[in-house]
Design a protein around this ligand. Sequence first.
Ligand SMILES: [Zn+2]
Length: 105
Amino acid sequence: MPKTTLTDGSPVTSDHRELKPNGQQKGYVVLSDDERAKGFVRPVRNAYKHLVCGVVTTMGDSLAETYARDPFFYSGTFCVGCGKHFPVGENGEFVWSGTDEKVGT
Ligand SMILES: [Zn+2]
């Protein structure tokens, strides 16, 4: 298994999936700095659009680089418009901003 951390590089906690009042998780798991340094198989993209509501959500570099290193790492992601998580992937609800390319493919 590749090494993972939370977005700020701290160890993964057992309660990271607990939701904050804004609907986001307390923490998000990313591939570690060392894993991400091994190279990307997709461009690093920081913004995606939820096809259901049309709102674009942006994310930090460690999350964006994790998608670029392993496009299939996540099963879902957060929409700031809806305030909830929804699936990614071929049948998911998100595209990279400015493209028709599904997030998680
Ligand atoms: Zn939405």
